[in-house]
Design a protein around this ligand. Structure first.
Ligand code: NAG
Ligand code: NAG
Ligand code: NAG
Ligand code: NAG
Ligand code: ZN
Length: 390
């Protein structure tokens, strides 16, 4: 008893000194994570912030879907529906979400594979190629529901799959309004109507791209006619379905609830901080550093590898991109920054090798935003980076 009092009394100041010494050398404590959760702007279509509202399909738990198959008087089916389903869509698309979401999203599809339901009008008459308005798209969906002519369960997403013979249904848009039958019965939050491009070009990943829209994700390729890879190359299938690294960007995985707040570091104040990132494609560990620029813009650093969904990746390392909640779908709400702007890229796009690495280009300065990102080293699969915000 006699010894313990003096011990405690001088152990206390030492403890404080030790803490101060460490604080001087260690990075600043991470900012409150909420500072980096940029709010969506409800007036910007599919704004890439948190809390965008458009009766979006759920991104965690079960996303329920109903799938039906259609053919047309002018373009009839001669394949079988289970064949279409198995060879082309499921279970591949559901497995993809299971891996991308680290098990957080379960895509549950009820499919009626009994037959192709015959649409009342020719495939050509839906005018797919000459610009599909929301009204014409709705007419197509309601024709399919009328052809089905039986109750279907209320689901999050209705999938309508045409025969591979229906070349006139050229592409695969998502109807973003509430889906109802012509007499007003509510069916689903969204509908994905597949097209010939799914068979010809994209395969099951088109389901993952379009269902991303059902969850209110924007398109990351430009709508103005520039090259598909202009904004983000092949880093996320919302930018390019056939890109070498199709897994969703960490910013969206965070927004969708697939990454928890403690898997993201937020930098919102000037200073120097260090962070250890683990590959985005595998579960567990820190997945992103978000450097807040202002209430609508942020810079994100994440580590991409060639694991899991990104096995076709042609470059790995720290990927940097900006996010703006003020830019609508197709206008470049996400933009990958390129530390090696005249490398020639890889996998068909200049941006596909836009990573910082230990051996190659290891630091990048975003002058306008007063930020420097530097790769400090690599421990196993993980990267340590230093963020300097002035
Ligand atoms: C469907 O397409 C195949 C070849 O792709 C063709 O042989 C067949 O005649 C077509 N069937 C119908 C009903 O149009
Ligand atoms: C769609 O349905 C949701 C939920 O049932 C409702 O809140 C929303 O107002 C509907 N949207 C339209 C455009 O009818
Ligand atoms: C499309 O928009 C981007 C971003 O604003 C711009 O850099 C590009 O030049 C535009 N392309 C065309 C063809 O207008
Ligand atoms: C936020 O930053 C972006 C990019 O620098 C800029 O265009 C925008 O005007 C800024 N917004 C505000 C409110 O300062
Ligand atoms: Zn799209």
């Amino acid at each position: 008893m006699q010894w313990s009092l003096p011990l405690v009394s001088w152990a206390w100041p030492i403890c404080i000194i030790v803490t101060r010494t460490l604080t001087a050398n260690l990075p600043h404590p991470a900012a409150d994570i909420t500072a980096c959760k940029l709010a969506a702007n409800q007036n910007v279509y599919l704004s890439a912030g948190f809390g965008y509202e458009l009766n979006c399909a759920p991104s965690v738990g079960t996303l329920s879907a109903f799938m039906m198959f259609v053919d047309f008087p002018d373009q009839g089916a001669d394949e079988s529906t289970p064949e279409v389903l198995r060879d082309f869509l499921l279970p591949r698309a559901a497995d993809w979400y299971d891996r991308a979401s680290y098990g957080a999203l379960d895509l549950l599809v009820m499919a009626d594979t009994s037959r192709f339901y015959r649409m009342p009008a020719t495939a050509a008459s839906y005018n797919w190629e000459r610009g599909l308005t929301a009204e014409k798209h709705q007419r197509y969906i309601q024709d399919a529901l009328a052809a089905y002519n039986a109750p279907i369960p209320v689901v999050d997403v209705l999938y309508i799959v045409p025969t591979a013979n229906a070349t006139a249904i050229t592409y695969s848009p998502t109807f973003m309004g509430n889906v109802t039958t012509r007499d007003g019965t509510y069916v689903a939050k969204k509908s994905v109507t597949f097209g010939y491009d799914a068979y010809k070009t994209w395969g099951s990943l088109v389901l993952n791209h379009e269902t991303g829209h059902a969850m209110c994700l924007p398109d990351y390729y430009p709508f103005n006619g520039s090259a598909t890879g202009l904004f983000i190359g092949g880093w996320d299938l919302m930018g390019l379905i056939s890109g070498p690294s199709p897994d969703y960007l960490a910013w969206d995985k965070w927004r969708l609830g697939w990454l928890s707040d403690n898997q993201v570091d937020c930098v919102a104040e000037a200073g120097q901080t260090s962070h250890v990132l683990s590959p985005l494609e595998v579960s567990g560990g820190k997945k992103a550093v978000v450097i807040k620029h202002n209430d609508t813009n942020a810079l994100v650093a994440e580590l991409r590898s060639s694991r899991s969904l990104d096995s076709a990746s042609c470059a790995t390392g720290i990927l940097l991109y900006t996010v703006s909640t003020m830019i609508a779908t197709g206008g470049g709400p996400m933009r990958v920054l390129d530390p090696t702007p005249s490398s020639g890229g890889c996998g068909g796009d200049e941006l596909n090798d836009a990573t910082l690495t230990v051996d190659g280009t290891s630091s990048y300065i975003i002058a306008d935003w007063h930020v420097e990102i530097k790769v400090v080293g690599r421990v196993g699969e993980n990267y340590e980076i230093m963020v300097t915000l002035v």
